[in-house]
Design a protein around this ligand. Sequence first.
Ligand SMILES: Cc1cc2nc3c(=O)[nH]c(=O)nc-3n(C[C@H](O)[C@H](O)[C@H](O)COP(=O)(O)OP(=O)(O)OC[C@H]3O[C@@H](n4cnc5c(N)ncnc54)[C@H](O)[C@@H]3O)c2cc1C
Length: 418
Amino acid sequence: MISRTLVIIGGGSAGMAAAIKAYDLGVKDILILEKGRVLGGILNQCIHNGFGLQEFQEELTGPEFLARYAAMTQERNIEVWFEHTVLNINANKEITVSSPQGLVIIKAQAIIFTVGCYERSAGAIKLPGDRPKGVITAGQAQYYQNILGQKVGKQVFVLGSGDIGLIMARRLTLEGAKVLGVAEIMPYSNGLNRNIVQCLEDYEIPLYLSHTVTKVIGKERLEKIEISKVDANYQPILGTEKIYEVDTLVLSVGLIPNLEIFNNPKFVTSSTRGLLVDNHFASEIPGIFSAGNCLHVHDLVDFVVKEARIAATNAYHYLQNQNEVSLQEFAVLKAKEMGYLIPEYIRIHQSDTAVTFQFRVRFPILKARIKLLNAKNEVLFQVVRLYLIPSEMVSLEVKAALFLQNSEPLHYEVEVLE
Ligand SMILES: Cc1cc2nc3c(=O)[nH]c(=O)nc-3n(C[C@H](O)[C@H](O)[C@H](O)COP(=O)(O)OP(=O)(O)OC[C@H]3O[C@@H](n4cnc5c(N)ncnc54)[C@H](O)[C@@H]3O)c2cc1C
């Protein structure tokens, strides 16, 4: 069996940032296992700009951002095994890997899990109708267009108005396709306002809010789709059906943390379907850490690399046997207005100055008071935040000193003010 001090699973931005930080702290025996042939993960296909404003104070494209991180990884001679897909990890930190040479087992002293996320497919959203060619996810469309240089279709409709759907509507338009519209089941877009303006309005692509695809029609190739308006319960309203003749339907209907390797529900949180971690990005299995999109889906790569560095620092402490004793441990429950909360379990160490919570709201809120309460319903921390939208992650920093007297579960409440 091969042994390594630190194994990082996934060589995207989170994996590279974690490897660089661990190396700089003094962990030299690091191995990155990457199932693809290049570093960078999803960044390879994100050729638009908007990456690295916080990290490099510059607006880079995805490939430019990843090139800087890949160079930093290579400068340190950090070992990367490409075309190595991790199939399983057990609690002893034995990693089963499918490689071009066959199955390999690697024993790690510590693991940082950074495998990104995957896209919801037609099957996952129970898209009604036929299953012809031409129904693809936004990530697949991005891969065909931006990596392989292949056109995906001539007459296109997009389902889902998150940022990836909006960016792909513009991208396919620029490549000569006619994008007939973007349908969104919610009464609001899940994308950033700047993307609605720059990707749809600038190209006169209509956005149909409270609409969904109610039928896919086509034998071999997609021929038509039917879209309908939906009611407040997201049910199609009879009589509102419209038919569009399209050869391609691009699905941008959500990303889910990739956790196939950890199919043990004991270690997984139901709110993100990612690994359950504490405020040090440590999982419930000692020595296994996680960061990036496999933990929760990020809108900005800057937050991904920041999180990965924290995970790497704590992996380093673990490897040095410098794990601090927890002064307090307790769970934190999310408010019903929050889609998820990271972390849901807190361990306060002597060296902690603050605990950072991250969440997304379920629906847009103009003005809210966010409160963290103890079991007696006493408010420990509160803050007013404006313009909360599901597409943007919210980050709250709470002083660790506030928790020194607490050992009971805490809970969040969101008071909607406007
Ligand atoms: C379309 C799109 C547009 C975006 N636009 C912006 C933007 O404008 N600005 C911005 O700042 N951020 C943007 N982001 C967000 C940000 O870039 C990503 O959230 C971030 O790059 C994710 O990094 P990651 O390392 O967590 O995941 P990934 O980049 O997905 O990396 C995961 C890696 O793990 C590998 N892997 C997966 N499974 C295994 C396995 N079993 N074994 C071995 N390896 C495995 C994958 O091959 C991949 O290389 C965008 C994201 C997307 C998807």
